[in-house]
Design a protein around this ligand. Structure first.
Ligand code: G3P
Length: 214
């Protein structure tokens, strides 16, 4: 499973990239609003640190405007992927932009039908938001499971990005159902490395090493 970092924070991106496990980055307007840097400059910096896909969201609402905005955003770097929210205007834009060779991640996916339509329109990725479904007592991972089954039934090559991840068990479940990608906040990634028994074990080994005759 590929790991994307779900943040626009350059410090976190550089740190996680140094761990050697980051395959891409996803941003959205909310994540970008937390950063005290000009949007385009920040995206270009992220694209210099991460060679894989860097996802940037289109905020226009009419297909014509989404297409224009998407074409401009795609010029920022070779590895830009456009995030376009699922809606009728979004589908029209996905069709055109994908036809021009620009990769699109259809975002804010909350149903299997939305994912199917996005894939048929030409999206390279779909992003089901599982945490937000869990928040309202719907099984987010069931949605991921269904999308994977549908894409597999028809040989659709669109990749599934599990998004809105809240904790490490979401990542485990994403991997168990065979998701292509999990996009993970830095705080969750950090928790994935840690285990109290590892800490206790390391402490004990260091203590015992000091007693070893050398
Ligand atoms: O990439 C966007 C998505 O992961 C949003 O997560 O926590 O705002 O539901 P959240």
């Amino acid at each position: 499973m590929k790991i994307f970092l779900d943040t626009a924070n350059l410090k976190q991106i550089k740190e996680a990239a140094s761990w050697g496990i980051v395959d891409g980055v996803t941003t959205n307007p909310t994540l970008l609003s937390k950063e005290d840097q000009k949007f385009e400059e920040l995206i270009k910096k992220i694209c210099r640190v991460i060679s894989g896909p860097v996802n940037v969201e289109c905020v226009s609402t009419k297909s014509k405007d989404i297409i224009e905005e998407g074409r401009e955003l795609a010029k920022l770097a070779d590895n830009i992927v456009l995030k376009i929210p699922i809606c009728v205007e979004g589908l029209k834009a996905i069709k055109v932009l994908s036809g021009e060779g620009i990769q699109v991640n259809t975002t804010l996916i909350f149903s299997p039908t939305q994912a199917l339509l996005a894939a048929k329109a030409g999206a390279r990725y779909v992003s089901p938001f599982i945490g937000r479904l869990d928040d309202i007592s719907h099984e987010g991972m069931d949605l991921v499971d269904k999308i994977i089954a549908i894409f597999s039934n028809y040989g659709l090559e669109t990749e599934v990005i599990v998004a809105s991840i809240r904790h490490p068990l979401h990542v485990v479940d994403a991997a168990l159902v065979g998701a292509d990608i999990a996009t993970i906040p830095f705080v969750v990634l950090d928790k994935m490395v840690k285990h109290p028994l590892t800490d206790i074990g390391m402490e004990q080994f260091l203590k015992d090493w000091s007693k070893v005759k050398r």
